[in-house]
Structure formats: structure tokens, C-alpha cells
Design a protein around this ligand. Sequence first.
Ligand code: AQP
Length: 334
Amino acid sequence: KPRIFSGIQPSGGLTLGNYLGALRRFVEKQDEGIETIYCLVDMHAITVWQDPARLRQQTREGAAAFLAAGIDPARSILFNQSQVSAHAELAWIFNCVARMGWMGRMTQFKDKAGKNSENVSLGLFAYPALMAADIMAYHATMVPVGEDQKQHLELTRDIAIKFNNDYKVDFFPVVEPLIEGAATRVMSLRDGTRKMSKSDPSDQSRINLTDDADAIAQKIRKAKTDPEPLPESIEGLRDRPEARNLVNIYAALAGHTVEQVVRDFAGAQFGTFKPALADLAVAKLSPITEEMNRLMADPGEIDRILADGSERADAIARPILEQVYDITGMIRSR
Ligand code: AQP
């Protein structure tokens, strides 16, 4: 029986990129009736220093975003990673299976470490092993993610295969990335070649799920574009990353194909297209923002939902982890 696992880092407020690339599809999978496990990966977040009070706030806000977007805690398991210790325990074992060379090839590590790789945390380097543990602790086989996570999922697969080979078992399943839809990579509003990211220093580069209608409209109005009108056909977007990004966002929000959006706005100036996009974004996002605000008024209730989700997650992961300890030769006599 397929089981889905995916997570989002509470390393900042969630963005339109997280919503279109991940959250919205998490809800679709839940509604398809598949067993779904979703996690606020707080231990991933601290691979880059987080202020403790803000981390707590962002974790609750992330949970509120899941709920507001349509995750039903009765049908999905929703929890935060640090409450289920199987993640950290399995990650250690995977640290011993994964190879330094594999980790060193991860483009996200290279991007985040930049030229200063001597000075970033060891956790940032080992991040993909924890991610592999997140997924394999549940024997999950399907992982809905944005395009940027594809390389990490390939590494998850490599770690699982190497574990199976090293211990001569057929224990961990082969995982499939689910990367589908019009907005698997939402780009920055300031630079169409960089992904929209919650940790970008410029707030103008992203739409936050907590932005109000005015902020959304203002950010889209100011979004970087080129001086040309929108093209008559999709090929005309090829070398225009900013234009392509806005069209992609429109398509994803409207539930239309990119072709359809290009047809509808063929030859339109950005002065026409941007207000239409802003109206659409506000119409789709403001109900979520309002619901998030309502939920955030009762943090105790959010904590209760996370506690319940953590217990249910632990009930699945713990027996799998115990088998891993057995396979690897650890004495478990207490
Ligand atoms: N711009 C994006 N377009 C489409 N999908 C995206 N995702 C993130 N950004 C985009 C997807 O959201 C999920 C959760 O991502 P994450 O929070 O674990 O970390 P990230 O990918 O590193 O996202 P950020 O926003 O860039 O966080 P920071 O700034 O902390 O690194 C994933 O499925 C991801 O694909």
C-alpha cells in the first residue's frame, strides 16, 4: 500500500513556492485517499541557525498553513520532526551508510554553503541523510516535492539501496519523487533564475502566505520583468525567465495550462497582466491567510494537533527503526 511522506522546513514563513510546489499537492494526495504523513522538519531548519522563539513560532505557523491549505489531521498525520526521535536515530545510521562524496555533490549544499563551506554546520552537509531517514522511517514510497528536491530524493534512493546491499536485506523500498504540475519551481520575483525561497534576504522576492492583499499586489506590481509584451506562443517565453515565471504562477493558481494562459494573454503588456495575476493570487491566497490567522490565535490547539500527529507517526516509525537496529547488530535488551 503506497504511503506518502513529505515535509517543509519551518525556517521562515511559507512562500507561494512552498504552497504551489508542495503544500497544495500534499492536499491533493490526501484527498486521493492515499496514506499521507506530513512533517514540519524543525531539525532540518536548525542546519542554519534559528532563533528559538522564532523557530517555535514558525513551526506553529507552518502547521497553521498546512491546516489552512486543507490538510485534515484526521485523515493525514501532521507533526513536527523533533517529536519523533526515530528521524534522528535513523539519520545517524544513514550518516554511516552515505558517502562523503555523495553529499559533496548536492547542489543545495553548494548553493547554501557558497564559498564559505568550511564554516557551515556539519548538519547542513548531512542534511540529505536526515531527509532520507524522514522518508525511510515510514517506508514511504512516494514523496511529493518541488523540482529542487529531486537530487536529494535520488540520494535517498542511493542510501536505501546501499543499506540493503551492505546488510544483504531487502528492507528499504525504492522511493519515487512526485514532481508534477505547472509550478514545480516557482522563481524569485526579483530574479527569474533563482528559486523563490523563504530565506532570501529580500522580502520583495517572494509572496509569503501571511502577506495581505495589498502586499501581494504591490510585490507583483514591482516584480522584475522585461519591456516586451507577453508572447503569442509558449516558445516566446524561452529566454524570458521573469515573464515565464509570472505566467507559470498564473497557470498554477488558475489551474490552467501554461499554453492556455499564453493564449489568453497573447500580446498583453505587463500593465494588464500583472493586475490580473495579483487579483488571482489574492483570490486564491487570502482565504488561506485568513484561516491561518484564525488558527494562530490558539497555539495550544496547534500544539495538540502536532502532539497527536507525533504519536501516530511514532507508532509507525518505531517498529521500523527497531528492525533497523536488529539488522545492524545493535543489542536492544532493555
Ligand atoms: N520556489 C519553489 N518552487 C516550488 N517548490 C518549492 N519548494 C520550496 N521552494 C519552492 C518546495 O517546498 C517544499 C519544502 O521546502 P523546504 O522548506 O524543505 O526547503 P526549501 O526547498 O529549501 O525551501 P525554501 O523556501 O528555499 O527554504 P529555505 O530558504 O529555508 O532553504 C519542498 O518540496 C520544495 O521542493
